[in-house]
Design a protein around this ligand. Sequence first.
Ligand SMILES: [Zn+2]
Length: 328
Amino acid sequence: MLKVDGLRRCWIALLSVNIIFPFLVSPVRAGHMEGIPPGEQRVSPPISLKKVAPDLYFLYDDASSNAAFLVTEEGVLVVDTRQHPRHGQDLIERIRKITDKPIRWAVVTHFHGDHYLGSPAFKEAGAMIVSHRDTAAMIKKYHEQEVARRQAFFKTNNLDPKKVKLVLPDATFEQGQMTINLGGRVVQLLYMGPGQNPGDTFVHFPQARTLFTGGPFSRKSWPNTAFTPSMDGWIAVLKKLAAMDMDHYLPGHGDVGNKQDLLDEAKVLGDLQSGVKAAMAKGMSREEMVKSLYFREYKELRNYDRLHGFIESTYQILTTGKSAFGLP
Ligand SMILES: [Zn+2]
């Protein structure tokens, strides 16, 4: 069982980042934390497993990333494999407390390491790993980079980096939809074009009126804008998801959400974009924006301490048409 002390983890991570890359924690960056005294900073709740429908479970891991699984008579389908093979194994152990049916499928929603580096555990368990074609291509291309940027997390959480291995999806889909039939249940993998990332996949459980949203939607969290090829495209995807009118939206980060949470995130993205555009119209440089834009109405959201990066990547998209991550 993984025990998490979110605040301690946060500070240790900050300290280790500061020792290895002192330039990453500049006074400007600390500035975005000024509105939140240390005693009031957000602390992650412990990991919890939530039953959102009689056969559908949501693993809410606030300090790392979320996952979900569907239990049927024929086997289990998992959505996202978590951040490390040990996290993947932990999820398998949780599944085993509920069913002994084989784990048939593991869907990977996007290429960020915190959502797929647990894949070796599911490969070993015999699952068919599936993703959108673009997600598979991005995993292949950026795997080493994804592993490199998670070393501090592994260290803080005593996760052996040597256990991390590249496991590519066994199957991919290219069009807008792939349907999986398992034990009398239908699961739809949906692709609506890039949201937060190329390849973003949504997993629809029609019987549970539930949608797992992966990267593009994180509840009560600043969306990470480093990867998107289009802020407007992302906002449009969030509005389409909200229009699906599900009972539950299961985010990649944050607790179970609803339609309004998706629209709230669309508003944050819209406000971030228009704030940066207005600053550009005043002739401000990127450095000046980072120092002067605070978006304090959203300071309670998770990841507010990373706002400087989101301002920078939004500026990058608006001025070059390309994501800060260097995507095509
Ligand atoms: Zn993530």
